[in-house]
Design a protein around this ligand. Sequence first.
Ligand code: GLU
Length: 283
Amino acid sequence: MKDDAQQLVTRFAPSPTGRLHKGHAYSALLAFGRARDEGGRFLLRIEDIDTVRCRNEFVAGIFEDLKWLGLTWEEPVRRQSEHFADYQNALDRLKAMGLVYPCFCTRKDIQREIDAAETAPHGPDGPIYPGICRGREDADALLADGAPHAWRLNLEAALAHICEPLVWQDEIRGTIKATPKELGDVVLARKDTPTSYHLSVVVDDALQGITHIIRGEDLFHATHIHVVLQKLLGYEPPIYHHHGLLLDEHGERFAKRNKSVTLESMRKAGMQPSDLVAEIIPS
Ligand code: GLU
């Protein structure tokens, strides 16, 4: 064991919205292997802020599948649905800094605005929010009336507050200059749940002292906004490692909706975990 100052801490953070597939196994094995090889710590975190789509049976499935793969992790496992107060706290800090605003838009409102605009910039997550509710004068009145709302980051104000170029260290791609404008005024607390993926992942990685974030390159674009939130909230920036994604025989990413590639189905078909590990992690 290394002392805390230099010990690597990494995590695997699935959302329990379905059974794990080969792509998850690859990501979990990479993170676990890295911690094991470097005398570090490996944490498992259940990202279940979406209390409608996430199910307890899938949480149990995650434990079962990862144990079958031979992984071990520290207890207790952090479940995001038990920590909404932590995300609220971070949101309150951003509110106090004047860097978030309530957004009352429905999806239709946003689409209408985008359709009417001459140009509608798109980012990796789709069309960028056109700023309908930014600086809205009736916001306080609507809040007082209890109008349903999300909270969005005011990115321009956030970048003016930070006032320096942001970069992050990526073990695969090197030093990356953050270009968060591609994501725009992202949602930090949704209408249906008092946080969002971006906010809770950043808060948890900081609270859990994660030093190395090992995750798929499908989340590379999200890091542009995560580094902004880390800076605003005064968190130590972790090192990133966005690994390539495993592809199936058609060159497609594995998806939860494709039941045939779940670890559960492989196990039931008699596959040995060592064979799966040998297949996906070249030695
Ligand atoms: N919960 C996210 C997912 O299942 C991963 C979060 C992360 O690794 O940053 O896609």
